[in-house]
Design a protein around this ligand. Structure first.
Ligand code: NAP
Length: 193
């Protein structure tokens, strides 16, 4: 398993580097993750807008059976005051309904702005990647992938906790709009002991 994750991590970096070299622009992590997941991974990073997510999962159906689907989407309403998902659910849980029975959904990466994720460790510490999901083995795989990128996985519980992570994204938009006034920051855990 470790070598598979290493290949994914190396491929993400290589694709991003080649893109930067050839075009002078950097592919978003979302674009790279989708590409890599579909091509080689036991993990598929679902890096499309939430509005398209369930349809994409339905479209690829059987190809996703047995995979770990990493949901990075934020199903935030256009006014940034709430969610487009049904009450009592989350984007991840709605996407899970569209996934094959043999797939596992893990919410992750949705609380990191893409340029912050691209920049990597900040102030000498790894970025925290909060994850939520029902399957322990799937979370172990995603955690290993996160660590292979030099980031720190932080498990926050079962899949319904995905709503909490989606609320963290909403919190970040509130910070951007009302106090921080930019997106060059991340939320993480400072261990005091
Ligand atoms: N950007 C961030 O800082 C950030 C942070 C945390 C989470 N997220 C989440 O990450 C996801 C992607 O964000 P993004 O900023 O990369 O969005 P984006 O710039 O809108 O890119 C979305 C990608 O999804 C593809 N796509 C859209 N509809 C599709 C469909 N029906 N089938 C296949 N591909 C489709 C697009 O392809 P085309 O270009 O060909 O249309 C594009 O490559 C979103 O759910 C967002 O909430 C983003």
């Amino acid at each position: 398993m470790k070598w598979e994750l290493a290949i994914i991590a190396a491929t993400v970096l290589a694709v991003a580097a080649v893109s930067r070299r050839l075009t002078g622009t950097t592919l978003t992590p979302a674009m790279v993750f989708v590409l890599v997941g579909v091509l080689v991974g036991p993990l598929v990073i679902l890096a499309v807008p939430y509005a398209s997510a369930a349809a994409v999962v339905t479209k690829y159906g059987d190809a996703l059976d047995g995979k770990v689907i990493v949901d990075i989407t934020n199903p935030i309403a256009p006014d940034s005051k709430g969610f487009v998902t049904p009450d009592g659910s989350s984007g991840a849980q709605e996407i899970a309904k569209a996934a094959p029975a043999g797939a596992q959904i893990v919410k992750a990466f949705n609380t990191l702005f893409s340029h912050v994720l691209t920049a990597g460790p900040a102030e000498g510490r790894p970025l925290d990647v909060f994850i939520a999901g029902d399957d322990a083995q799937a979370k172990t795989r995603v955690s290993a992938f996160i660590e292979s990128l030099g980031l720190r996985p932080m498990d926050i519980g079962q899949l319904p906790m995905a709503r909490t992570l989606e609320n963290v994204a909403l919190l970040q938009l509130g910070l951007v709009a009302h106090s921080v006034k930019h997106t060059d920051f991340f939320l993480g855990v400072n261990m005091l002991s």
